[in-house]
Design a protein around this ligand. Structure first.
Ligand code: HEM
Ligand SMILES: *[C@@H]1O[C@H](CO)[C@@H](O)[C@H](O)[C@H]1NC(C)=O
Ligand SMILES: *[C@@H]1O[C@H](CO)[C@@H](O)[C@H](O)[C@H]1NC(C)=O
Ligand SMILES: *[C@@H]1O[C@H](CO)[C@@H](O)[C@H](O)[C@H]1NC(C)=O
Length: 273
């Protein structure tokens, strides 16, 4: 029962925006947007998504991902995105894992977005890629009005979930086009990744960090140990501000991370395009 309740909470916060609404026009967003016009909608979305996630808890990570990645550009067809992300295979979580996941930060979501009417492929080029360097990441975030701190904090979202091997194939097997590996990756980690991800592997998925089933501060410990999964994770060590943050969180076991994450997500959720 307690678990159910927590899950409902999780879902309310993660999904309200994602499931009912789309993200094209952020003007006039506010908390409780539907209080008068559709008073039960938050509760309905909450219980419906809770029932899905209680059966497939690993869906929570793709939904967090969708909440960020897929909304970096305009979202025109939210249902297609939900369908695509929901199809991703998940691992089965034990109740312990589930509880650990639930101990993640929560944030209020302002509602009231209108459906998108614009789909422009050139806009998606502004999306940061897993191969982005720190300069590219900073400018991608800046172009959305997000700070360098938001970048390093929100990247901590990679504390949960999985990635297909294909997203790191070049990094592992053909980094500069000479069949080499990114030297900025720690060597034991390389061995571990290569044992899981063979060249041209199109089916396997791997954990984002060592404790990819729980939303915790371990992401920063891994990045600091040169075990950031993507170049965009490792790149956080290449800037004074972001690397200082990574170190601080790794050394203090994430003393500020949850609060910071909440603050940056609130900022993100209110972005207007
Ligand atoms: C900074 C730039 C970022 C880059 C380049 C990036 C890139 C990626 C990539 C390549 C994946 C693997 C899945 C796929 O290939 O589609 C992934 C997964 C994921 N990302 Fe990001 N990401 C970024 C920022 C973020 C942020 C800010 C969040 C959340 C606040 C986030 C949350 C997630 C989650 C939860 C997953 C796992 C999804 C799952 O388990 O299915 N990412 N990201
Ligand atoms: C798409 O976006 C680009 C960059 O913002 C802009 O220059 C272009 O005019 C847009 N195209 C359409 C069809 O809206
Ligand atoms: C980042 O990548 C861009 C585009 O490839 C490149 O021009 C720039 O020099 C790179 N910056 C760093 C710091 O590596
Ligand atoms: C590695 O990259 C080079 C240059 O991009 C390319 O010509 C070559 O085919 C790649 N090798 C493999 C095995 O993908």
């Amino acid at each position: 029962m307690a678990i159910k309740k927590h899950i409902s909470h999780l879902l309310l916060q993660l999904l309200l925006v994602a499931l009912i609404l789309s993200f094209a026009n952020g003007k006039g967003l506010k908390l409780g947007f539907y209080k008068k016009t559709c008073p039960r909608v938050e509760a309905i979305v909450k219980t419906t998504t809770a029932s899905y996630i209680s059966r497939a808890p690993s869906l929570a990570a793709p939904l967090l991902r969708m909440h960020f990645h897929d909304c970096f550009v305009r979202v025109i067809d939210i249902l297609a995105l939900v369908a695509r992300d929901a199809i991703q295979q998940g691992v089965v979580w034990s109740p312990d894992r589930l509880l650990a996941w639930i101990k993640r930060p929560a944030w209020p979501v302002s509602l009231g977005r209108r459906d998108g009417r614009v789909s422009n492929v050139s806009e998606s080029l502004t999306l940061p890629s897993p191969a982005s360097n720190i300069t590219q990441l900073k400018s991608a975030f800046a172009s959305r009005g997000l700070s360098v701190k938001d970048l390093v904090v929100l990247s901590g979202g990679h504390t949960v979930g999985t990635s297909p091997c294909s997203s790191i194939a070049t990094r592992l097997y053909n980094f500069t086009g000479k069949g080499d590996t990114d030297p900025s990756l720690e060597s034991n980690y390389v061995t571990q990744l290569k044992s899981k991800c063979k060249p041209n592997d199109k089916t396997t998925v791997i954990g984002m960090d060592g404790s990819f089933r729980s939303f915790d501060d371990d992401y920063y410990t891994f990045v600091l140990k040169k075990r950031g999964l993507f170049q965009s994770d490792s790149a956080l060590l290449n800037d004074k501000k972001t690397s200082a943050y990574v170190k601080r969180q790794a050394q203090s076991h994430g003393s500020k991370f949850f609060n910071d994450f909440k603050d940056s997500m609130v900022k993100w959720v209110k972005l207007e395009f």
